[in-house]
Design a protein around this ligand. Structure first.
Ligand code: BDR
Ligand code: CA
Length: 307
């Protein structure tokens, strides 16, 4: 792996089984200086995603990373209910300790603004694992602060693949299509990782057993989380690891192939709400379309299993 300098990141997330694995990967990777975790309603309501962020940090004994609660729902529509996939607690019933500290605030947009305004412009990357509501609100309400974001890497969308919530729509974008449109159009340095790539990064039952056998807390929890994901969905010998791809691309971009596409978002109300189309009137976004699956899985499992 090429050596990358430490990068300061904010994780914007709705944990969520695969969000939890992604956050653990970030916490176990010395390349990341995690400045804070902002939460968003998505996989489950905001109180639970916020508490889950604290529980995941507690597993790693991290009380130095603030959790700031964000949007309670999409900009202008009703949220989805995904308890069938992520469980009633959002983490598939997997045991995590209680948070070590209460959330540091409940206004993620204000915290993002202040944090960006007081850091060097361009020095902070946002790793976005859920609906893009918080970032869209930052763009709308504090455009000068949003321009100070170094980069956004977001999991979302399906470009040439079928969707996972509608025929052509993926959960994170479909949960708040208006937010995605605002963020894509904001002129930020943006990399999107759609289902086209995340469906190629898959964990098997052998992988989850291997993770659990390490005895290392982050690996044991990740194995149990992915096993819970197996239980919630039927069929298939493996499960896609969507959100960890964001951290993996930030760690080693050479393992992914990206292309700049002009993307527009369906903001209608049909089952295709949130679907992406490649068209000349769309916003330019760098989109990951290829991945070296075996190499990214190796990197993920090594990091989670390191003592
Ligand atoms: C995305 O939707 C959520 O359910 C997952 O956490 C991931 O961010 C995959 O479509
Ligand atoms: Ca997520």
């Amino acid at each position: 792996m090429q050596q990358n300098p430490t990068r300061t990141v904010i994780i914007d997330t709705d944990p969520g089984i695969d969000d939890a694995v992604a956050i653990l990967l970030a916490l176990k990777s010395a390349e990341f200086d995690v400045k804070g975790i902002t939460t968003v309603a998505g996989n489950i309501g905001i109180a639970t995603t916020t508490r889950n962020a604290g529980r995941i940090l507690a597993l790693e004994g991290r009380n130095d990373v603030p959790v700031i609660a964000g949007a309670t729902g999409p900009l202008s529509r009703k949220g989805f209910d995904t308890a069938d996939i992520h469980g009633n607690d959002g983490l598939g019933g997997v045991a995590f300790p209680d948070p070590l500290a209460a959330p540091a605030g409940n206004d993620a947009v204000a915290w993002l603004r202040e944090t960006l305004d007081t850091a060097d412009a361009g020095s902070i990357a946002i790793l976005a694992l859920g609906p893009l509501t918080n970032i869209a609100r930052l763009v709308q309400e504090h455009p000068d602060a949003a321009k100070r974001i170094g980069r956004v890497i977001a999991m979302g969308g399906a470009v040439y693949e079928p969707g996972n919530i509608g025929p052509r729509s993926e959960f994170n974008i479909a949960a708040d299509p208006e937010a995605a449109e605002i963020v894509f159009d904001a002129g930020l340095e943006m990399t999107l990782i759609p289902l086209d790539v995340t469906r190629k990064v898959r964990a098997t039952r052998d992988d989850t057993a291997m993770l659990q056998n390490t005895g290392v807390p982050a690996a044991v929890a990740s194995g149990a989380l992915i096993d819970a994901y197996f239980q919630s969905t039927t069929g298939g010998e493996s499960r896609p690891l969507h959100d960890p791809c964001v951290m993996l691309l930030a760690l080693d971009e050479a393992l992914f192939g990206c292309e700049t596409l002009k993307l527009s978002v369906d903001t209608g109300t049909t089952r295709d709400a949130g679907a992406l189309s490649v068209d000349e009137t769309g916003s330019s976004v760098s989109v990951a379309l290829k991945v070296e699956s075996a190499a990214v899985l190796k990197l993920l499992y090594e990091r989670l299993s390191a003592e």
